[in-house]
Design a protein around this ligand. Sequence first.
Ligand SMILES: [Zn+2]
Length: 304
Amino acid sequence: MEQITLGDVSITRVREYFGSVEMTPDTFFPESSKEVWETGAEWLAPHFLDSGSNHVKSAIQTWLLRSEGRTILVDTGVGNHKDRPYAPVWNRLETDFLADLARAGVRPEDVDVVINTHLHVDHVGWNTYLDGRQWVPTFPNATYLMPKADFDFWNPENGHEPLLGRGNQNVFEDSVAPVHRAGRTRLWEDSHRIDANLRLDAAPGHTPGSSVLTLTSGTDRAVFIGDMLHSPVQILEPDANSCFCEDPVEARATRRRVLGWAADNNALVIPAHLGGHGAVEVTREGSAFGIKGWAPFSPYTEQG
Ligand SMILES: [Zn+2]
């Protein structure tokens, strides 16, 4: 299990999945240019692109933080045994995620805080597990921090019609509501300070409640950006949204703002789904951004 330390905070990467998402770049990122993928073929493969099938590759992972003596999880993947009829790759998984978390030294009861950067299917899955016939909180002692704007947007009672359509089917019911009923959620708005090192801020666009977690400790800086970008191509072409961004205009503005802050503050950018080294340092390049370097995490292979 690999860990880096920034200031007083340790960061460990815990994988749930890595591989093809069975979507080509022009489906996943309809606004990205053909050239960026063609000229990038050499460095995008094998960590971000399967050049054989021309499918985008992606990781589902949880970032495990230890800060001020507390254990914090950022995003909780897809989860096991979840009914996902419109997403076959995520349907009724049976992964060893909790064993991997245990290898990182964390039992479910040890987790103090769970952060869902937003409430998409692949960010809330391990919020709950199936106990007999009931979904119950996986982390019984944790406070689950959820953006209120997403809680309201994805609550089926409110009748919104998301871009993702039925792609988020069942998710609120099996991974969000049971935690809320158990009294373990804290729905926050605008900004929420976790401790002296960590702060959550609203960063809407990808979803109405999408958020970023900023780490500031000593001279070190990092920003966990959830799904603000899925591929390093979106650093080079920051106006290229994923096909899952609810508000395209706001998603672009937020991506530019946060990448700009990261470039100006030497902050490590830590998206939810990057394969390869998992996190990246960026620099301003004209009206876009460039890749300055990668985090020291070892790249995943599909075998494990
Ligand atoms: Zn995601």
